[in-house]
Design a protein. Structure first.
Length: 312
């Protein structure tokens, strides 16, 4: 993937909403794959500070790790910071964020008499070979318009269900509604009649060549084909309940879903072109023993870069 130079910055550990480093000895930084598994050895470590600091969130620049021309290993898509306690026990997971390419250009003055400065375009990153697995799930839902809306809870649940079944990161998966068919009525346990409509949800799973964890297009096809409609239903319903637990979906708005059929997946070889951006990626950490963390990542691939992870 190339190299980068720059710094990693983060704040102190937090437990149960309180900044505390009582049991922390050092922090380590790693490259990880899309599943959060470490790729390669530690990029470096920083000892816990002995200086005093405010206990109010967020002390985002308390720690800094400088890196120079660090090679980005194959399969690495994110960067992770993990704490190590005073007994030398290292947490298996920490806060992660994706690596975003931010290309820079140079300006070369035009020859004397020319029309002005001309920017030199960056050298494009090499394309990535991949296989796209596609198919569809036929399901009954109680509100097709709501279920099929862009970024809806229903389509998010389908997308995450495909990720769970195939062990492919959800950011490599798409899910969109294709059709809505005739309706039928279903009586629930309270005796209430719900009118259900049959809809088809198309999915695609993009599997890059050399994906982490031994995932291939063939393993994806096998996993999808080997999951019954009843098992798909259970998985989708569980994903909806995960959204309720996370507070992103109201319990009263959970759709009724029943997967009735799955198509045979097909495979297509594709070439993925690596795009460049000039944006910074922001994310909100989740609550755990290394909790309440804000992250920011900015990386310039093959050029000088600043990589910052701000953890609170």
């Amino acid at each position: 993937m190339g190299t980068y130079s720059g710094t990693v910055q983060w704040g102190p550990n937090q437990v149960a909403g309180v900044l505390t480093e009582t049991d922390i000895s050092v922090y380590k930084v790693y490259f990880v794959d899309s599943f959060g598994a470490k790729v390669g050895s530690s990029l470096g470590s920083v000892s816990k500070t002995t200086a005093s600091y405010s206990s109010a969130c967020c002390n985002v620049g308390l720690y800094t790790l400088a890196l120079s021309a660090q090679a980005i290993p194959s399969g690495a898509t994110r960067v992770m910071v993990v704490p190590v306690d005073t007994n030398g026990v290292e947490m298996p997971y920490g806060e992660t964020d994706s690596i975003t390419d931010v290309w820079t250009t140079t300006t070369t003055p035009a020859p004397s008499g020319g029309s002005g400065a001309t920017p030199s375009p960056p050298t494009p990153a090499p394309p990535i070979q991949a296989t796209r697995v596609s198919g569809d799930l036929t399901m009954d839902v109680d509100n097709v318009a709501t279920f099929c809306a862009a970024d809806s809870a229903g389509l998010t649940a389908v997308k995450n269900s495909v990720a769970n079944v195939t062990q492919v990161s959800a950011d490599q998966i798409t899910a969109t509604c294709a059709t809505a068919a005739a309706t039928r009525r279903l009586e629930d346990e309270t005796g209430f009649l719900r009118r259900l409509a049959s809809t088809t949800v198309d999915y695609t799973v993009t599997v890059p060549e050399g994906a982490a964890g031994g995932v291939t297009a063939d393993t994806v096809v096998t996993a999808i084909s080997g999951t019954t409609p009843a098992e798909w239903t259970t998985t989708v319903v569980a994903e909806l309940q995960e959204q309720v637990a996370a507070g992103t979906l109201d319990a009263s708005a959970v759709p009724t879903v029943s997967v009735t059929a799955i198509s045979a997946p097909s495979k297509t070889d594709v070439t993925m072109t690596q795009t460049t951006t000039t944006s910074t990626t922001f994310g909100q950490g989740v609550a755990d023993s290394f909790a309440c963390r804000h992250t920011r990542v900015q990386v310039v691939q093959m050029f000088a870069a600043i990589l910052a992870i701000l953890i609170c």
